[in-house]
Every structure is written in C-alpha cells, then in structure tokens.
Design a protein around this ligand. Structure first.
Ligand code: AGP
Length: 618
C-alpha cells in the first residue's frame, strides 16, 4: 500500500505535503515525491529512499505553490527508483497523478498508448494511468462535460477503463486551485479546513491540520478547491457526504482503530489474501497465473526437486509449502534453514529449483544461501514482500506478496501471504502435471472463501483475549500439530515467545511420547492444533495423553466439533476448509492468542526486546 496526500488552500503546500507524508511513511517508504501548481505551471520533485531524502531535495529546489499532491511508495510495479517514484505525468507534462493500488490492465492500456506514440519513462502502472487521463483530457477540453471541469471528466472517463484498485489524487496545470481525488478499493479521505482542503490515504496525514474528515466510498470522485469541495459518484448512486470528527491522536491514527500495528496487520489478513490472489487465478483452466517466474511451462515440468529455504516465520511457511508441493504437484520438496544451507555443500541436481522465502528480501542468511545457490548454477526464485529488495532483484524470478508494509516485528500478514503464494505456486505447477482440473477448481473455490472465513475467526478476538488472560501466569507452553498444522504449531510457539518472552515449543504431536511429554504438568498448557482431518483421531489421542498428566489443553478445532470441547479446557473454533488450506485458518487463533497474551503481560508488542524487523546481519 502507498500513502497519498493532497492540499489546496492559502498556505505554502510543500511543507504540508511532506509533513503529511511523514505521517504515512508506515504505509510505504521506498521512494517519495510531490507535484505542485504555481505561476510556472506544474512542478515536481521525487526521490528514491525515505521521505528525508525527498525533504533534502526540496531544500534545494524550493517548490512553491498553494496546491499540490504527494506520495510515499510501496512498490508493486517497477522497483524503487527516482523514475518509478510518484507523481507520474501525462504525455503533455501538464497533469500529475499519485496512486495507491494496482491497475491490473495497465499493460493493455500501455500497448494502446504506445501505438499512439506515447513514451513512458517508468515501469509503473500509475504512469500509464496518467497518460490515459491525459488522452481523456484532450477530448474533455472539446466538450461541455455536463458543467464539470474538463480535468474532472477526464479522470472519471479514464477510470471507467481501469481494471483494478486505486486511490488517486490528480492536478492539472490549467486549474491551479483544484485537486481531484477518486477511489476504488484503496482508501481516500477528505480533510475539511477553513479556506483550505486536504486529501489523504488516511486521517493520520492531516489530523494535525483538521479533524473534520469525509471518508470517500468506492466509485466516488472528490473535487477540492480552497473554498470548498464537491463529491460525485461514478455510479447512479447519489454520494452521501458525511463529515466525521476524528478524536484520535496523530500516532493512534496511523494504527487506525488498533492499539498496535501487529493487531492491525492480523486484522488486515482477509485483505492480504485478496491482494496476494488478485489477478492470479485462471478460472477457466483451474490454475494460477504467475507472471514473474521467468520459467516456461516446459522448464517447470522438468523440475524434479524443490528446495525451500528461509529463516524464522518464513521457514515455517516453507514447511507448509513442502506439504503443498508434494501433495498438489507431486514434486519432492525439502526445507532448509538458510543459515545452515549456506554453509552446507548440498549436492543439487540441475533440475532443482531453490526458493528463497522472505518478507523483507534483505535477511542476511537467506541472501547468502541464495547467492551460494546461484554460484552453483541453480535456478533461484524468491517469494518476497518488498519489491526491488536485494533478494527479489538477485533471484532469477519469483512471486511478490503484495501484502503492503509489515510494521509489527512479529510477522503475521506476510506469513499468510507467503502460504497463499505457495498455494498458487503448487496449484500452478500441479496443473502442469497431474493435478486434475476438478481438484484445481476446488482449491480455487476454497481459496476465494478463505478471507471471509478468516473474518469469522477474527470476530472471536474478544473470546481469545479471555483465554489468553486465563493463562497469563504460565511460563511454559507446548504447541502441537500434525502434517501441515505442525508448522502452524511451530509458528504459534514462535509468535508467543517472541512478543511475550515466555518459553514455548512447537512439536509434531506424535513426538510427544519421544520426550517432550516429560514437560507436561498442571502448569504447562498445551496448545493443540486439531482441526478435522485424516489424522484427527491421532490428535485426540495426543490430547488425552496430555490430559492424563493433568496438562491444561487449549485446542484449535473445526466448527461443530463438540467432542473436543468435552476433553479440552478451552477451544477456539475455525471454519472447515480443504486440508491443504487449513494452515491459512489455524494460524489466526494462535496469532491472536500470542498478541493478547503479550498485551496482558504489558509487553511492547510491536517492538519486542532483542528483535529487529529484518535481520540483515549474520
Ligand atoms: C517472525 O515473526 C520474525 N520477525 C522473524 O522470524 C522473521 O520471520 C525472520 O527474521 C525472517 O525474516 P524475512 O521473512 O524478512 O526473511
């Protein structure tokens, strides 16, 4: 996700835009830029790097004006660079656009424009949108536009051709006191001032200037002028313009309704899965569409082994991937700790693909293991969240997560996103081999239901908080699971220990009797991930083994399973789904349990002691 800020009024615009961007930096921070309107027309300044880099540049260029737009970027198309930074101009250089979202049909639009002689300077979908608006503007200048400004009609007509999501702000040199905004799928808010008005991705960007805001709805356009604003709808609906009063502090506004980024990101996960899946499903052929692998179908069919290497939470996602590739694609798969793999001299045949799974794309051990694999001539792919990060750039290809910045040190939405990417990859490679269209269709149907199923689990956050509080005095936990819920047990244990500093271990449930069962007593709760499945009865036996030693049991179970409630001390229910997709659901209660437990202990959930968001050293 990216951050957008717009302003029109009497004050100097550049300082207001930069300050607003600083409040949105958590939404994206790989590059930033502004465009302003003044007696010289439209001027812009944009810079790769954090907002400080832009501010330093502005000290030199001193852009003046009383209307403008600005953007801090989270790259989706085109890696972070000065050229890919927003704002982007149309062909004439008289219209500037900033955009948060993904234009799925931008290639098609770009090809049409290039045929008409348009020249692009960036790799972004946003620049294509700017040129498309410019073309519509030329037409709008020759008609009445129902009394609307030509630039407003041009924005509306251009957006009608767009497939995808957008929150945009637009300015035009011909209208020096107008800022146009529009949204579909990405947030946009008007800030109502006295003799001035603001536009931003969220209220935190303008809360220092005004607390009176209007939350735009999808398909609405806003036209801001110093003395007022208009809101239009692109549908037949009349827009409902309601001014709300924001009571939050500026810092709280960045987290929205949430006290911590980690909780915000846990609750973002339904949207996270939609972002990871968007534009990547071929319903007709019951397969996935993954454009960035840079490998042909023939090359992918020739793959006879997969290595998944990662660290931490990403390593747990790799373990889930192992089950997925073996079950759906029939490809022998193994998982490696990157920190170990980088030093082993593992014999790897030529038809092996080495995947690096990483949220940040900068983890030192994962990067070193990737470079070692490339040095030996192996094909490397990255499953990564940060576009243009080192690992993403050095791998031969890969899949971006599109999860947006993950601020909380404890990884949650990135983990879900990694598993979703692995499902898509296993589906895609399976459908190139022996996976049936029928099963492929069922996987897709179930995957598209997962976001609403996660919503149902999230609605139990209050109940899970009570369970966490009940066990807040516990110092040791066991987490148990089997098959693809074994990695979920590991991830649940990691979440708990890294934000609450209590001891927690994850085990394959069957391993209990090989030693860990000695740890069980009345003060050692066991979390058992036991959804219905082909080895449910075995998990029930493990649950009994724990109860026989007076160990408290918290179970994650399938909705409707009343039998388990008779045995476990506490149960958190998840909706049923395909066994291959269960990890996307069973991890949610464990994320919430860890979060509430750590809050109950008064821990710093977003910045836990001793940890860093990205471990860029050995
Ligand atoms: C997970 O909650 C931790 N923050 C940590 O284990 C993390 O997953 C690990 O450092 C790998 O980071 P990466 O995904 O950015 O490579």
């Amino acid at each position: 996700m990216c951050g957008i800020v717009g302003y029109v009024g009497k004050r100097e615009v550049a300082p207001l835009l930069v300050e607003g961007l600083r409040r949105l930096e958590y939404r994206g921070y790989d590059s930033a830029g502004i465009a302003v309107l003044n007696e010289n027309g439209l001027q812009s300044c944009k810079k790769m790097g954090r907002i400080d880099a832009l501010a330093a540049e502005l000290k030199k260029t001193k852009l003046k004006g009383h209307a403008g737009i600005s953007h801090t970027r989270w790259a989706t198309h085109g890696e972070p660079s000065d050229l890919n930074a927003h704002p982007h101009m149309d062909q004439s250089g008289r219209i500037a656009v900033v955009h948060n979202g993904v234009i799925e049909n931008f290639q098609k639009l770009k090809e049409k424009l290039e045929k008409e002689g348009h020249v692009f300077t960036s790799q972004t979908d946003t620049e294509v949108l700017a040129h498309w608006i410019g073309v519509k503007y030329q037409k709008a200048m020759k008609s009445t536009n129902n009394g609307r400004l030509p630039i407003v009609s041009a924005v509306e007509e251009a957006l009608r051709d767009v497939v995808g999501t957008y929150g945009i702000a637009v300015i035009c040199a011909d209208f020096p006191d107008v800022v146009v905004g529009a949204r579909r799928g990405s947030p946009l808010v008007i800030g109502v001032g006295k003799g001035e008005n603001f536009l931003a991705s969220d209220v935190s960007a303008m809360i220092a200037q005004t607390r009176d805001v209007i939350y735009l709805k999808d398909y609405e356009l806003a036209v801001l002028k110093p003395g007022g604003f208009d809101v239009y709808s692109m549908t037949s609906q009349q827009p409902t313009v309601q001014v709300s009063r924001v009571e939050w502090s500026a810092d709280a506004a960045e987290k929205g309704d949430f006290p911590h980024f980690m909780l915000k990101e846990i609750f973002e996960q339904p949207q996270t899965i939609q972002n990871a899946v968007r534009g990547r499903i071929n319903h007709e052929e019951c397969t996935a569409v993954l454009g960035g692998l840079n490998l042909s179908a023939t090359q992918l069919r020739a793959v006879d082994r997969i290595i998944l290497m990662a660290c931490g939470t990403s390593w747990h996602a790799a373990l889930v991937g192992e089950y997925l590739f073996e079950e759906l694609a029939g490809i022998p798969t193994e998982v490696e700790y990157a920190s170990e793999f980088r030093y082993r001299n593992a014999p790897i045949e030529k038809n092996t693909i080495v995947f690096a799974i990483t949220q940040s794309g900068e983890t030192a051990d994962t990067l070193a293991a990737l470079r070692e694999s490339k040095r030996k001539g192996h094909t490397t792919l990255a499953i990564c969240n940060v576009v243009g990060s080192t690992i993403a750039r050095e791998a031969d290809g890969g899949v971006y997560l599109h999860a947006g910045p993950e601020i909380g040190v404890a990884s949650t939405k990135a983990f879900i996103s990694q598993i979703t990417a692995l499902v898509l990859l296993a589906l895609y490679m399976g459908r190139l081999r022996s996976l049936s269209a029928a099963l492929g269709k069922k996987i897709i149907e179930e995957l598209e239901l997962i976001p609403s199923k996660i919503e149902k689990i999230l609605s139990q956050s209050g109940e899970i908080n009570k369970i966490a509080f009940k066990y807040k005095a516990s110092k040791d936990f066991l987490f148990l699971g089997r098959q693809s819920n074994f990695p979920i047990a590991l991830e649940g244990a990691l979440k708990l220990k890294e934000i609450s500093y209590v001891h927690a271990e994850g085990y394959p449930a069957a391993e209990m009797k090989h030693g860990p069962i000695a740890l069980i007593d009345k003060d050692t709760p066991t979390v058992i991930v036991a959804p219905r499945g082909n080895i449910y009865d075995k998990l029930m036996s493990n649950l009994e083994e724990v109860k026989a030693r007076k160990g408290p049991v918290i179970a994650v179970a399938t909705e409707g399973d009343e039998a388990i409630a008779k045995k476990a001390d506490d149960v958190i229910y998840v909706p049923s789904t395909l066994e291959q997709l269960q990890p996307l659901l069973t991890i949610i209660p464990l994320q919430l349990f860890a979060y509430h437990f750590a809050v109950a202990l008064g821990c710093d959930v977003d910045k836990p002691r001793n940890l860093a968001k990205s471990v860029t050293v050995e």
